[in-house]
Design a protein around this ligand. Sequence first.
Ligand SMILES: Cc1ncc(COP(=O)(O)O)c(C=O)c1O
Length: 478
Amino acid sequence: MWKPDRQSQKPLYEQIADHLEQKISYGEFPPGSLLPSERKLAEQLGVNRSTVILAFAELRSMGIIESRSGSGTRVSQYKWGATPRHTPNWKRYAEGGSFLPNVPFLRRIREALSQTPSMIDFASGELSGDLSPMNEIAMLMDEHHYTSYLGYANPQGYIPLRQALVAYLDQYRGIQTTESSILITSGSQQSLFLITQCLLSPGDAVAIEDPSYCYSLPMFQSAGLRLFRLPVDRDGVRPEDIRTLYKKHRIKMIFTNPNYQNPTGTFLTDERRNKLLEIASELGLPIVEDDPYSLTDYEGEFCPPLKSVDPHGNIIYIGSFSKIVASGLRIGWMVAPHAIVERLADARQQMDFGLSVIPQQVAAQFLISSHFEPQLNRLRMQLRYKRDLLIEALQKELPGLIQYNIPQGGIHMWCKLVPEVNDAKLLEEGIKKGVVFVPGSVYGSDSGYVRFTFARAKEEDIGPGIAAFAEALRELIK
Ligand SMILES: Cc1ncc(COP(=O)(O)O)c(C=O)c1O
């Protein structure tokens, strides 16, 4: 007797729906025949009735079965009978296309967060509401009259925002540029998407950090890229590894997040920065510097990005409002040679005609307002406070069970678990106890690591969240 596989990444209801669909297509349940009741099937398969209800709903949405109240669930006549009426197999379409779905752990986390609003969230890489300047943004929106015209926006980005960014990049990031070298994107994510889709071709080899945020993005595989790893240690990547990858695989581009890296929190040392730039210019290799975190340095130190010392013009620089203001504004930017910006703006026009002008106007006003600098100062203090709350909780709840380096900026804490536990079981156990986090393997590393993001959870939830995680871990090692 077939039973769903509880260890599989595929949800139980999907396994059951697939199994029934197969039986129907093999004729075991002919058109019009009655299927077992939800209760009976749940008993037979050893699952909750709600799981069978979901499986039936899935088959119903594809037109494979029909339910009528009082007369049970039957195999559809139309779908499988001789009549020419057929419902498209939407599930197959949904699985088609060349753009891959999110990694299963991330889909599971999203599902758990949407099912249980009280879940303590150490998984989402964003700021909690109180870290974003909501009142200041509301005030600006009241004070300013936004948009006199709402036609398609300039696909390269709203000019006053690009102008504000030229001043911002100079003052805060030590980058001199002009508005024609800036492309406004829907977060840094879109910059990564445009680069992988438009500047690289299927089969191209690229180097990404290991572990790295990029591993959590199937978009790299969707673009057909071959990914090679640059291991990250306490001081970031080792630049000499680039030379090796270039010789072996002819890598075409390097993706790096050198400042308070996601997920490890590491900051690339000065010596390695210089070496990285030297090797990239020697090999003529472009570097994509993904830099959403450098302004979150808790001491307020000036952390110059690679782009501020890029004598040979090897760097495409990506920035974002997401980790310093609010991720929901979806404001990001890229600084690149004009030819690249023009090419990507053209692609952008084909994809979505550019970002809505309204958030761009809000972002431009906020950047030039007197609120921006206080926002950064407040954010840094609060992030450091939350980091300390997390460390306190880890020390209290998990002595001897966890190892970590203390980040000096950013929003993530990368932890190695001392006991060996299965990533998937730990996440499921965590969800049962009301807490989500990201298993390290999502970022390409071996299992046995966990990323806790401390910016999203409320201050008062950090201690209880880690206590719940500790309970989940102890459950698996007892
Ligand atoms: C390193 C890095 N790059 C890019 C992104 C995408 O951010 P957004 O598109 O919100 O700017 C993230 C988000 O977590 C990130 O950590």
